[in-house]
Design a protein around this ligand. Structure first.
Ligand SMILES: Nc1ncnc2c1ncn2[C@@H]1O[C@H](COP(=O)(O)OP(=O)(O)OP(=O)(O)O)[C@@H](O)[C@H]1O
Ligand SMILES: [Mg+2]
Length: 105
């Protein structure tokens, strides 16, 4: 099992969620975040924005689905401009469904 953390543009979240759902990946956690990447924010006229609003989608998935999910997020979140986002993947030691006590996803 792996945890995918995808940090994407807020205006792309619906597209990402719908694209994942269409392929059968319906579960996620969404967190509104602020951050910055390599360019350290943006300047618009005289104003510098050090941190930009993004959305982090957390998606736990089985190992065999990780490449597909990452590909769906890349495709559905991309504009081609700076700030499209990042995707991080970590191993999960355990998952538990509280209602059933079941281990795994
Ligand atoms: N190294 C990092 N560690 C943690 N979060 C990051 C990192 N890089 C980017 N992020 C998060 O991802 C968001 C989007 O980053 P962004 O797309 O600008 O990355 P980038 O590496 O600068 O790519 P690009 O050159 O396409 O802009 C940031 O606002 C921040 O929340
Ligand atoms: Mg950037």
């Amino acid at each position: 099992m792996q945890m995918i953390r995808a940090i994407v543009r807020p205006e792309k979240v619906d597209s990402v969620v719908d694209s994942l759902d269409a392929k059968g990946f319906s579960a996620f956690t969404r967190i509104d975040v602020f951050g910055r990447g390599k360019q350290k924010g943006i300047r618009i006229g005289p104003t510098v924005y050090d941190e930009l609003a993004k959305v982090m989608l957390m998606i736990a998935a089985n190992d065999e689905d990780i490449d597909e999910i990452v590909g769906i997020v890349e495709e559905s979140a991309k504009t081609g401009s700076f700030g499209d986002g990042k995707i991080f993947v970590n191993s999960i030691d355990e998952a538990c469904t509280i209602r059933t006590g079941e281990r795994g996803l």
